[in-house]
Design a protein around this ligand. Structure first.
Ligand code: MN3
Length: 198
């Protein structure tokens, strides 16, 4: 049985950037719903249901066709949100050495990275995610629709932003750009550094 992870901070800790109610609903309702649907989809496949969600999503071909779409959507939702809670932090963090070097080499600096990331997130159509991933030895910004996860394509996730309206609509309504700015202020740079190192 998959379960939503417990968070390292309280729902209100990211105020005023992310509001308490959105954080609570996002975790206890939206993320929980992906987990519930994933558990239901794998009810008849106990061996698959024992897999770590990363391993499950890395090898969708191992999932029987009858439930593959359900697993892609709800397993992706579970995995993406598990990552999401760790992309953000109420603590003040700063980009580490590896991060600065990598963003310099690939994007010409932190500010340029932020600008390109924001551009991609602003322009992403409908629901989905924008990510910074490592693909082979290269870093790149990509976007995925729905709950598709870069993990299924063999890419290593460094950071990403949830662009489903449930992630921001209560506080930001149609102002997605303001939500993206808020996200850029609460990025957990310690996690980014860790992801780049592994
Ligand atoms: Mn979400």
């Amino acid at each position: 049985m998959y379960e939503i992870p417990s968070l390292k901070y309280k729902y209100g800790d990211l105020e005023p950037h992310f509001d308490e109610e959105t954080m609570r609903l996002h975790h206890t309702k939206h993320h929980q719903a992906y987990v519930d649907k994933l558990n239901k989809a794998l009810e008849s496949y106990p061996d698959l249901a024992k897999k770590d969600v990363f391993d499950l999503m890395r090898d969708l071909n191992a999932v029987p066709e009858a439930v593959r779409t359900a697993v892609k959507n709800s397993g992706g939702g579970h995995l993406n949100h598990t990552l999401w809670w760790e992309f953000i932090t109420p603590e003040t963090t700063a980009p580490g050495e590896k991060t600065i070097t990598a963003l310099d080499e690939t994007f010409g600096g932190l500010d340029n990275f932020k600008q390109k990331f924001k551009e991609a997130a602003t322009n992403h159509f409908a629901s989905g995610w924008v990510w910074l991933v490592r693909d082979g030895s290269r870093l790149k910004i990509i976007s995925t629709p729905n709950q598709d996860t870069p993990i299924s394509g063999g890419q290593k996730v460094i950071i990403g932003i949830d662009l489903w309206e449930h992630a921001y609509y209560l506080k930001y309504q149609n102002r997605r750009a303001d939500f993206i700015d808020a996200f850029l202020k609460v990025i957990n740079w310690v996690k980014v550094e860790e992801n780049l190192a592994s």
